[in-house]
Design a protein around this ligand. Structure first.
Ligand code: A5P
Length: 254
């Protein structure tokens, strides 16, 4: 491996260690902005987990933050780290939420989320937050959403084949997400089941120049619970990369 690759230099494929450092730096920058007594939406995924460690350090230093988790797993990790937790039903609004993402566009800060399977609770927490922060490494920045990754769509298990048909009619190529232990070649493999008891269809669409339009169409499909397009739901993104952490705020609407 070249020195440039080790350090994540321009034009190279960053190593796992470099990616982890970029994510950690973004998480650190985001957590540093949180008010002392904030109610914080706690995202899910590997970047969010690094954020939990940064937040736990703040708690250890006397910060009075309360976390509201976006997944069972995040709740378990946060509790183990000593972060005080609250149920979203018990707080009228969250001061801020911090979460990861699979793809981010600039300057609009539109996202694809849900590769970790927590998109429904993530969107519920984002919708309940006054300020939404996303933390990513530089590989997550894309020109057009969905060019390289599927859009995760959470669907009710009942009749999911027919829901998939309706998504195909919208131009998707859906694939049922399988349980982590399942072999994709096994026709009887168990589906992945979300915290809400639903399935996920990973839908390849190809590049989507109008994500708000597609988001509305997907949401209107019978059987769809939620989808991983987060459009106009992010105020700020911290991007960890080879030049350090860059911060982007969503431009105000005219
Ligand atoms: C969880 O459902 C996702 O939305 C994650 O936030 C997203 O997939 C980013 O995960 P990583 O930080 O692990 O890349």
């Amino acid at each position: 491996m070249s020195d440039a690759t080790e350090r994540g230099g321009a034009g190279s494929v960053p190593s796992a260690d470099t990616l982890a450092e970029w994510k950690r730096a973004a998480a650190h920058a985001a957590v540093a902005t949180i008010p002392e007594d904030a109610i914080v939406g706690l995202g899910s995924g590997s970047t969010a987990e690094l954020m939990l460690r940064e937040l736990a350090a703040r708690v250890g230093q006397g910060s009075r933050v309360t976390g509201v988790p976006t997944s069972e797993h995040t709740g378990q990790v946060a509790a183990a780290l000593g972060i005080p937790l609250a149920d979203v039903n018990d707080v009228p609004a969250l001061t801020v939420s911090i979460d990861g993402a699979d793809e981010v566009t600039l300057p609009r800060l539109d996202l694809i989320k849900g590769r970790g399977g927590a998109l429904l609770r993530e969107k519920l927490i984002a919708a309940t937050s006054r300020f939404r922060i996303i933390i990513v490494d530089a590989t997550k920045i894309v020109v057009t959403l969905a060019s390289a990754h599927p859009i995760p769509v959470e669907v009710v298990p009942f009749g999911w084949h027919r829901t998939a048909d309706r998504l195909v009619a919208l131009g998707a190529r859906p694939a049922l997400r399988l349980a982590p232990s399942a072999l994709s070649t096994d026709p009887n493999a168990a589906p992945y089941v979300t915290d809400g008891g639903n399935y996920i269809l990973d839908c390849m669409f190809g590049p989507i120049p109008q994500p708000d339009v597609l988001a509305a169409y997907i949401k209107a499909v019978v059987g769809v619970v939620e989808h991983g397009l987060f459009i106009g739901m992010t105020e700020r993104v911290y991007v960890g990369g080879p030049a350090g952490v860059q911060m982007y705020d969503r431009p105000r609407s005219p």
